[in-house]
Design a protein. Structure first.
Length: 275
């Protein structure tokens, strides 16, 4: 799901739709054209993306024989994925190199708090669920609040129930599916968010959460200057394989990690002169 621009500088999104249903050569021409137009392409997709689509993405990247296409699948719920993709689109208007921009995604995930209000946790396998919660999910009218990232939390909705949130100022985005709940508005107040906005529920959300009775929410950093300061404050290194400037311990484009440090050379045995 491509969210609308956060500000006038946000770069437009390109949605690679129906990859597993379109002819391979059509999808290949599209991705090749994007690579030639922009130089580098970062494909952000959810862990709930159907496996045929993921296989097609790797096939396309392989056929292009190019390290200029990065596939990034962070462990975030679908709404969090959409928010992260928009943050990268914001940063794409800045003077960041392709390697730094792509690897910034891993950094920014640490500042995203993503969860949902669920009508059932019987099929939830992304967050640890105890036996009691499983049993209570069969009680009519039961609802649960779940935080999937950055630290898993699960509580049954009741007076005073809450989730631990960010310790810094954020905005919150809410997407409603087949469920309705005013609890998220109270959570936004408890988290002292700057504002609350609504969006459509991503198509992959019912699969990710295991139910269509879901109200998904995500708190995030919205200000471009804050995002830019976060990314540029991290030390940059050059990938030893492809040469791109990156942050973190892995290049998103070629997947190379820094080589292991060489063990120190053994010290020569000292010869002692007998007394």
């Amino acid at each position: 799901m491509a969210l609308p621009p956060q500000d006038e500088r946000t770069m437009p999104a390109v949605v690679l739709s129906d990859l597993d249903r379109r002819p391979l050569d059509h999808a290949l021409v599209e991705l090749h054209a994007l690579t030639e137009q922009y130089g580098y392409v970062v494909v952000v997709c959810s862990q709930a993306t159907p496996e045929p689509v993921v296989r097609r993405l790797y096939t396309l990247r392989s056929l292009l024989e190019s390290d200029r296409v990065a596939l990034f699948r962070p462990e975030l719920p679908p709404l969090g994925i959409a928010v992260l993709a928009r943050q990268l689109r914001q940063l794409a208007s800045c003077d960041l190199s392709p390697g730094v921009l792509a690897s910034a995604g891993r950094l920014l995930t640490h500042y995203i708090h993503a969860g949902a209000v669920l009508g059932s946790v019987a099929r939830l396998d992304r967050v640890p669920v105890g036996l009691k919660a499983h049993a209570r999910s069969w009680v009519p009218g039961s609802q649960f609040a779940v935080l999937a990232h950055p630290e898993p939390q699960l509580v049954r909705l009741a007076p005073g129930a809450t989730l631990k949130g960010p310790e810094f100022g954020t905005w919150m985005l809410v997407a409603k599916g087949q469920a309705q709940s005013d609890w998220v508005a109270g959570l936004a107040s408890a988290w002292n968010v700057h504002g609350l906005r609504e969006a459509a529920l991503p198509a992959e959300s019912p699969v990710w959460w295991g139910t269509g009775r879901v109200v998904e929410f995500c708190s995030y950093l919205a200000d471009l200057s804050v995002l830019y300061q976060l990314v540029t404050s991290v030390r940059q290194t050059s990938c030893h394989w492809c040469g791109l400037d990156v942050i973190g311990d892995r290049c998103v484009f070629c997947s190379a990690t820094p080589p292991a440090p060489e063990p120190p050379a053994p010290r020569a045995l000292e010869q002692r002169t007998p007394a």
